[in-house]
Design a protein. Structure first.
Length: 71
């Protein structure tokens, strides 16, 4: 059986957000390899919608790590 991978896996900008490669690989195994159709990022691309960099494959948002904290 041939391996099925998301056609956007090679250039997904989300990958740059992961500094720990092991975490990135977990996301890739769960969303990019074989079952990429359930990736919310992929779904938005197919629908022609904007894909925020902070959008995770499961639909959750990463916190804005670059914004200054309010005191």
């Amino acid at each position: 059986m041939a391996s099925k991978q998301c056609p956007h896996a090679a250039d997904c900008p989300l990958f740059a957000a992961f500094q720990v490669r092991a975490f990135l690989r977990i996301w890739q195994m769960n969303y990019c390899d074989a079952t990429f159709e359930r990736c919310v990022r992929y779904q938005r691309i197919v629908e022609g919608k904007e894909v925020p960099l902070s959008l995770m494959p499961n639909g959750k948002q990463l916190p804005d790590l670059g914004a200054p904290k309010k005191e």
